[in-house]
Design a protein around this ligand. Structure first.
Ligand code: BES
Ligand code: MN
Ligand code: ZN
Length: 496
């Protein structure tokens, strides 16, 4: 197991052992606390031959530097420090984590000439170190000799002008990154060990943080009339659940904000079976639900001053003799009937009942749903933006801004009656697929039929929740996309 780095904050000092990381300004300049670690100037002398300029995220290192008892001195380019945003500091942390190697003890000297580095920056850098260090390796029992992991977690001490402020800011950051890591864990976990029931149990664990958690069973959902969700589940022996999480951190009379996740723990496609190639990726078809749980955990852990509801619809889309067939007509909780023309368009069927239930029971200020909903959104946007569909410009703008700030980016897509018409059905109120084109939009139109006039946004995260290209802050298949984004949305707009 890759062990999570232990982070501490301290005043400037020049440690005598271990590895030291220092920041260099964009002209390669080092601050006094950095120079104190390298009295003979060995590191700076290596800059020209390493073509190190101090450019953002550039790295140069000197092993066993002369005149010291250190293992290693590393310079990391910080570029134009005054212009770095929160995400840049996360990335710098990621860059440091990528260069840790087998170090047991690490000091990071957060100082460059001519710029102030505050507590928030230090906290973000520390968060970047942890996010980048994550790997999903709990099932690896054999390790190559050169791959042997250190048995103890690396200790990282961040030296900064104001360690007390940094420590405080980091406590909030830890809540959020633990939410991200939870979401990654859930997305990476295979479907044989994570079905609807096991997933619901993970939601239940949030009670320890003061979250109210109810788990609806199949029987209860049947009584509520959730024929759309239950139709998807009926081909699997693993059952179906809905987890309803409430964090009450705001004023008692304030309507909550609500987040709803697609939690298909595995998507075979059902009778409209998917091709074999790549089907294993469908263990991640609960990425929306994972983000919702991660978010609620983050908000509760940092005691967010907001009332928040999280709802996840948990099913496995499998095939046995009980599985629903193309052409089946189901009745959703809303009373609207749906002709299921393709059993692989199941996410929208799950969300139809989850969204309706959420709106009906909580009358939230808004609903944001997250779902690995369509391959079509990946065709449209690739893997760097999630699709954003909304009936409300203010909510949409706030989400887009939070996306820019966290670099969990969103691109707004259209909705409209011309698209909506494509899911009218001859035999029922609607069908669950439309024509050949605009598949991500058609899926969104379907969802919109279950939200009434409530401000609502749908995030299609099929391209961003899993299998995204490795980044500065994530090397794992599951990204945890949505947790940092929505934490930011709540923090910037709905607290106090
Ligand atoms: N879970 C899939 C969408 C998906 C595909 C997510 C690839 C991540 C990666 C969803 O349930 C699905 O199968 N959608 C179909 C809809 C179609 C049948 C209208 C799709 O996108 O092909
Ligand atoms: Mn599907
Ligand atoms: Zn699916």
């Amino acid at each position: 197991m890759t062990l999570r780095p232990l982070i501490a904050f301290a005043k400037f000092a020049a440690p005598k052992k271990g590895s030291i990381f220092v920041l260099a300004a964009d002209d390669g300049g080092l601050g006094e606390p950095a120079k104190a670690c390298d009295p003979s100037g060995t590191l700076a002398r290596a800059f020209p031959v390493a073509e190190f300029s101090g450019k953002f995220a550039g790295v140069v290192e000197v092993l066993a530097p002369q005149g010291t008892s250190l293992d290693r001195l590393v310079a990391v380019g910080a570029g134009k420090v005054a212009g770095l945003d929160d995400f840049d500091w996360l990335k710098l942390g990621g860059t440091i984590a990528a260069s840790l190697r087998k170090a047991a003890e690490v000091a990071v000297i957060l100082d460059v000439p001519g710029a102030k580095i505050g507590g928030r920056q230090a906290a973000n850098l520390a968060a970047g170190i942890i996010l980048r260090s994550y790997s999903f390796d709990k099932y690896k029992t054999r390790k190559d000799k050169d791959d042997a992991e250190p048995k103890k977690p690396v200790k990282v001490t961040i030296h900064t002008a104001d360690p007390a402020t940094a420590k405080k800011a980091f406590a909030d950051e830890v809540a959020v990154i633990d939410g991200v890591l939870l979401a990654r864990d859930l997305v990476n976990e295979p479907a044989n060990t994570l079905g609807p029931i096991e997933f619901a149990a993970r939601a239940k664990e949030l009670e320890a943080l003061g979250v109210e958690v109810e788990i609806l069973t199949e029987k209860e959902m049947k009584k509520l009339g959730m024929g759309s969700l239950l139709g998807v589940a009926q081909g699997s022996p693993r059952g179906a659940r809905m987890a309803v999480m409430q964090w009450k951190g705001g004023k008692a009379k304030d309507a909550p904000v609500a987040f709803v996740g697609k939690g298909v723990t595995f998507d075979t496609g059902g009778n409209s079976m998917k091709p074999a190639s790549g089907m294993e990726d469908m263990k991640g078809d609960m990425g929306g639900a994972a983000a919702v749980i991660g978010l609620i955990q983050a908000l509760a852990a940092r005691k967010a001053k907001a009332n928040v509801v999280g709802i996840v619809g948990l099913v496995e889309n499998a095939v046995d003799g009980h599985a629903q067939r193309p052409g089946d007509i189901v009745t959703s909780m809303s009373g609207q009937t749906i002709e299921v023309l393709n059993t692989d368009a199941e996410g929208r069927l799950v969300l139809a009942d989850a969204l309706w239930y959420c709106n009906d029971r909580f009358q939230p200020k808004f609903m944001v749903n997250l779902a690995t909903l369509t391959g079509a959104i990946m065709v449209a946007l690739g893997q760097h933006y999630a699709g954003l569909f909304s009936n409300n410009d203010e909510l949409s703008d706030r989400l887009t801004a939070a996306g820019q700030a966290t670099q969990e980016r969103l691109w707004r897509m259209p909705l409209g009656s011309e698209y909506d018409k494509l899911i009218d059905s001859k035999n029922a109120d609607m069908k669950n697929i439309g024509g050949r084109y605009g598949g991500a939009i058609i899926a969104a139109q379907f969802l919109q039929r279950f939200v009434k006039e409530t401000p609502w946004a749908h995030l299609d995260i099929a391209g961003t929740a899993m299998g995204s290209p490795p980044s500065e802050i994530n090397q794992s298949w599951g990204s945890g996309f949505g947790v940092r984004l929505l934490d930011r949305l709540v923090r910037d707009n709905y607290e106090g």
